[in-house]
Design a protein around this ligand. Structure first.
Ligand code: NAD
Ligand code: ZN
Ligand code: ZN
Length: 344
């Protein structure tokens, strides 16, 4: 089968031909319909050899949707021929966090060697993918697979961050979204769907700001020093009750720290490697700083439900698997509007 793999540290992704995998006991083989490209893939492919822990070769793709096509021994509750979205942050299924459906915070995944597809386990950017357990599949129903696939990460991750700040997002509050790419442009829509907050979006090109306005941002500003004063002005001096940073580089964290309101939340979702000093005289009284990871199983169901009501949707750029390597270059160069999705 065709697959997009990362094979050599320091090189980019490659289109390769590999064997079609067989599902073992308890596993499900999906015929992949669509797989999304995430900037985290470039984080992984940017690591030096001594920090790289994902295994080689690595089949990419941690956003996946496909049709259940072959069941391993003992699999129950999965309908052959039905379409499913993959819940990616696989956990042990047994610990306290997993029992709550928060497998993204599994206490034992690392020690047990359990990795998400595309981030350790073979991913969905291939004609077929193996899913380790039926609980990691959510039926898609009547949702369009290509338009929905990225909700498994670019939807779920902002949703998880936003829901954990929901008590700050009261009527009259302000939410700042920094970085309106794959995650950010869905985050804006989630904010509009679940809260009455005024949404201010920041990015670095006019095209991205236009998309931010199109998907529901009340204000869209260039992400530079001038944004700090502008956000203060738009909030009557208070600042923003919640800041969602989908970039996480030093300049954006510096903005986040200076625009967050007293008792506000900063959610660092982007893994750009910046640091945010927290403490008296560094952050406002009561401010919280959190670096959330992906989302829970029930939150994926909730994001899909938001898509079903039409309040959240992904702005998709479609590519064939033969074009996937070029699509990765576009993502690397900041040229993708919304999310790039490989359609199989
Ligand atoms: P993306 O490339 O689609 O979007 C990033 C956006 O940030 C782009 O629109 C870009 O123009 C903008 N940007 C770059 N520099 C900026 C700056 N200085 N100020 C404002 N905007 C700026 O990437 P994505 O796939 O949406 O991922 C966003 C980040 O989230 C990445 O760091 C990714 O690795 C991370 N991520 C984290 C999690 C998690 O669980 N925490 C999950 C998925 C992705
Ligand atoms: Zn991702
Ligand atoms: Zn667990």
């Amino acid at each position: 089968m065709k697959a997009i793999q990362y094979r050599t540290v320091g090189e980019g992704p490659e289109l390769v031909e590999i064997d079609t995998p067989e599902p073992g006991p308890g596993q499900i083989r999906l015929k992949v319909t669509a797989a999304g490209l995430c900037h985290s893939d470039w984080f992984v492919m940017g690591l030096p050899a001594e920090q790289y822990t994902y295994g080689l070769p690595l089949t990419l793709g941690h956003e996946g949707v496909g049709v259940a096509e072959k069941l391993g021994d003992g699999v129950e509750g999965i309908e052959l021929g039905a379409t499913y979205a993959i819940y990616g942050p696989w956990g042990c299924g047994q610990c306290h966090a997993c029992a709550q459906g928060a497998e993204n915070y599994c206490a034992r995944a690392e020690e047990l060697g359990i990795h998400p597809p595309g981030l350790g386990a073979p991913g969905a950017m291939a004609e077929y993918v193996i899913v380790d357990d039926a609980r990691h599949l959510t039926p898609l129903g009547d949702l369009d697979p290509v338009e929905t696939v990225s909700l498994t990460d670019a939807g779920l991750t902002p949703y998880h961050a936003i829901m954990s700040s929901k008590d700050k997002l009261f009527a009259g509050s302000t939410a700042v979204v920094i970085g309106t790419g794959g995650l950010g442009h869905v985050g804006i829509q989630v904010l509009r769907a679940v809260s009455p907050a005024t949404v201010i979006a920041l990015d670095i090109t006019e095209e991205k700001l236009a998309l931010a306005r199109e998907v529901g941002a009340h204000h869209a500003l260039m992400s530079d020093e001038s944004a700090i004063g502008e956000i203060r002005r738009l909030t009557g001096g208070r600042g923003a009750e919640a800041v969602f940073d989908f970039t996480g580089v030093q300049p954006t964290l510096d903005i986040a720290r200076q625009v967050v309101a007293t008792d506000g939340d900063i959610q660092i979702v982007g893994i750009g490697g910046g640091l945010l000093p927290t403490g008296f005289f560094s952050t406002p009284f009561g401010a919280s700083v959190r670096a959330p990871y992906w989302g829970t199983r029930s939150e994926l169901m909730e994001v899909l439900a938001l898509a079903r009501t039409g309040s959240v949707g992904v702005h998709v750029e479609r590519y064939s698997i033969d074009e996937a390597v070029d699509a990765y270059t576009r993502l690397h160069d900041g040229k993708v509007q919304g999310r790039a999705v490989v359609v199989l």
